[in-house]
Design a protein around this ligand. Structure first.
Ligand code: ZN
Length: 131
């Protein structure tokens, strides 16, 4: 039975985790051509596809802090508005082509999960169409 969920345990308040390997292993069971949607059912984490280079990873966290950091209305009830706003800007899913059980990614592309209100246990859902 193909795996449809991957659990990621984050270990910091804010961090970016490369989840390409476990996602790739989970979709290996699908042999055909299709599309995989990688999504997170959370409001304070998000996913994107780009290079896993240490400087760039820090730059992306800094960018989210510059854009979304500060005092917001939601902080009156939850103290984590910046995390919600950052997650909304990046988005909670990415869709990728699947060819013969392999994700179609460029040489430097990785699937990155952004934790903005950790550490937490995060669930990544995989929805495969057509394979
Ligand atoms: Zn909140």
């Amino acid at each position: 039975v193909p795996v449809s969920e991957v659990t990621v345990r984050t270990s910091h308040d804010r961090e970016i985790v490369d989840i390409t390997v476990p996602i790739g292993e989970a979709v290996n069971a699908f042999a055909g051509e299709g599309l995989v949607c990688v999504s997170v059912p959370h409001c304070t984490c998000c996913v994107y596809v780009n290079e896993n280079e240490d400087g760039l990873v820090e730059d992306i966290l800094d960018t989210l802090q510059r854009v979304a950091g500060g005092a917001w209305r939601h902080d009156r009830i939850d103290s984590n508005a910046a995390a919600h706003i950052g997650a909304s800007l990046i988005g909670n899913s990415v869709s990728l082509p699947l060819r013969g059980g392999r994700l179609v990614l460029g040489t430097w592309q990785r699937i990155m999960l952004v934790e903005l209100d950790g550490p937490r246990r995060r669930t990544v859902h995989l929805t495969v169409l057509g394979a």
